[in-house]
Write a protein that binds this ligand. Structure first.
Ligand SMILES: NC(=O)c1ccc[n+]([C@@H]2O[C@H](COP(=O)([O-])OP(=O)(O)OC[C@H]3O[C@@H](n4cnc5c(N)ncnc54)[C@H](O)[C@@H]3O)[C@@H](O)[C@H]2O)c1
Ligand SMILES: [Zn+2]
Ligand SMILES: [Zn+2]
Length: 339
C-alpha cells in the first residue's frame, strides 16, 4: 500500500509498505482522511523530540473498518471510525491512573511499532476506536483528535470554568480551545494571533475580542475587559519569545496558565509576576481517554468543525500538504489528506 514517509529534512516520499495485519483485538481501517498536525511538522522539520526520519506521517484519521479481529466485540465491518492514537503499556503508574498520555512505554503511530495514518490501511486496537455518527463527515471526524487536545488543555485547569479565558495563538489548537471554552461556559473569550486569517476565524467562532499582538496592547485590553482584574485562565497555544510573560500579565491573582504549545527551545520568562500573583502554570500533553470520549461526543452531537479544514489534498501530494502548513504562504488552519 502507499504511505507518505518523511525521508529527510522537509522531504516527503510516497513509498510502498506492507498492509498491516490486525491482531485478534484489532481492526483494519481503510483510511479516508488524515490530518496534518503540528507534531508532523516537527518530524518534517527535524525538530521532533523522538521521531526521526524515515517515519510515516500522521496520527489523525477517519475511515472505514474493513477487517475485524476475532476478539473484537463492539465494532463491525463498515463502521465509520476514528482512533485515539495512543496505547499505553497498561502496567506503569500512569497507565494505572488512566494517564496513557504520560506512559513512557506508550505506542503511537508513525513509529516502528505502529504504522502512521498517511497510508491506505491502518490497524488499531478495539479500545482505541470511536464510532462516527452518520452525519459526521470523515474530515470532521479527523478533527476529533486535535479537539481532544483542546479538551485536555482546559480540563487540566484546576479552577472550574469561570468568567474569562485568554487564548494566545489561534491556530487549529487555539481555535479548538476557543470552541471548548465556549462549551465550558466562559463568558469572555479573548484570543490573539499574528495572522489576519486566524483572527478572522476566531471572530467568526464568536470570540469576545480578537487581538493582534503585534500592534495591540493585549494585557491592557484584557484588563479593560475584566474590570482590571485579569483573566482566570490563559492558554498558550503559540510559541513566541515573551509569550509566557504575556500570559502571566493577562492572568489575575491565583489565576492559571496552561501550556499546550510545544516550545522546543528555551524562551525567557520573568517569573516574579507568577510568584507575586500566586499563579499556577501547567503543561497539557495530548489527552486522557476521557478527553477523547468528550471530544468524540461533542462532534457526534453535531459540533460542526468543517470550516477548520482549509486545504484538502490527495495522499500522493503529502509533500505539498506539509509545505502548505509549514510555510503558511496561504490562509491555512487544518490541512487534510484524502486517501
Ligand atoms: N500539547 C500537545 O499535546 C499538543 C498537541 C498538538 C499541538 N501542540 C502544539 O500546540 C501549538 C499550536 O498548534 P497548532 O496546530 O494550532 O499550530 P499553528 O501553527 O496552526 O498555530 C499557531 C498560531 O499561533 C500564531 N502565532 C504566532 N506567533 C504568535 C504570537 N506571538 N501571539 C499569538 N499568536 C501567534 C500563528 O499565526 C498560528 O496561527 C504548537 O506548538 C503545537 O506543536 C501541542
Ligand atoms: Zn494531532
Ligand atoms: Zn504505561
Amino acid at each position: 500500500m502507499k504511505a507518505a514517509v518523511v525521508t529527510g529534512k522537509e522531504i516527503v516520499t510516497i513509498e510502498d509498505v506492507d498492509v498491516p495485519t490486525p491482531k485478534d483485538d484489532e481492526v483494519l481501517i481503510k483510511i479516508k482522511t488524515a490530518g496534518v498536525c503540528g507534531s508532523d511538522l516537527h518530524l518534517f522539520r527535524g525538530t521532533h523530540a523522538f521521531r526521526k526520519p524515515p517515519a510515516i506521517l500522521g496520527h489523525e484519521m477517519a475511515g472505514d473498518i474493513v477487517k475485524v479481529g476475532k476478539d473484537v466485540k463492539r465494532f463491525k465491518l463498515g463502521d465509520r471510525v476514528t482512533v485515539e492514537p495512543q496505547v499505553g503499556c497498561g502496567t506503569c503508574e500512569f497507565c494505572k491512573q488512566g494517564l496513557t498520555n504520560l506512559c513512557v512505554g506508550k505506542k503511537v503511530p508513525g513509529t516502528p511499532s505502529w504504522v502512521g495514518t498517511f497510508v491506505e490501511y491502518f490497524n488499531a486496537p478495539e479500545r482505541t476506536l470511536y464510532k462516527l455518527d452518520d452525519k459526521v463527515s470523515y474530515e470532521v471526524g479527523t478533527l476529533i483528535e486535535p479537539l481532544a487536545v483542546a479538551v485536555h488543555a482546559l480540563n487540566r485547569a484546576g479552577n472550574a470554568a469561570e468568567d474569562c479565558i485568554v487564548i494566545l495563538g489561534a491556530g487549529t489548537i487555539g481555535l479548538l480551545c476557543q470552541v471548548v471554552a465556549r462549551e465550558a461556559g466562559f463568558k469572555t473569550i479573548i484570543t490573539t494571533d499574528t495572522a489576519p486569517f486566524n483572527r478572522e476565524m476566531s471572530a467568526k467562532l464568536g470570540a469576545t475580542a480578537v487581538l493582534n499582538p503585534i500592534d495591540e496592547d493585549v494585557v491592557a485590553k484584557v484588563k479593560d475587559l475584566t474590570g482590571g482584574r485579569g483573566a482566570d485562565l490563559a492558554i498558550v497555544a503559540a510559541g513566541a519569545d515573551g509569550i509566557l510573560d504575556q500570559a502571566s500579565a493577562c492572568v489575575r491573582k491565583r489565576g492559571e496558565i496552561g501550556l499546550v504549545a510545544m516550545i522546543t527551545h528555551k524562551i525567557p520568562f520573568y517569573c516574579y509576576s507568577m510568584v507575586f500573583n500566586e499563579q499556577t502554570m501547567y503543561g497539557a500533553m495530548t489527552y486522557e481517554t476521557r478527553d477523547f470520549v468528550k471530544a468524540a461526543e461533542m462532534v457526534n452531537r453535531g459540533l460542526d468543525l468543517s470550516e477548520f479544514v482549509t486545504q484538502k489534498l490527495p495522499l500522493e501530494r503529502s509533500q505539498e500538504a506539509l509545505d502548505v502548513l509549514s510555510q503558511k504562504k496561504e490562509d491555512v488552519i487544518k490541512v487534510v489528506v484524502t486517501v
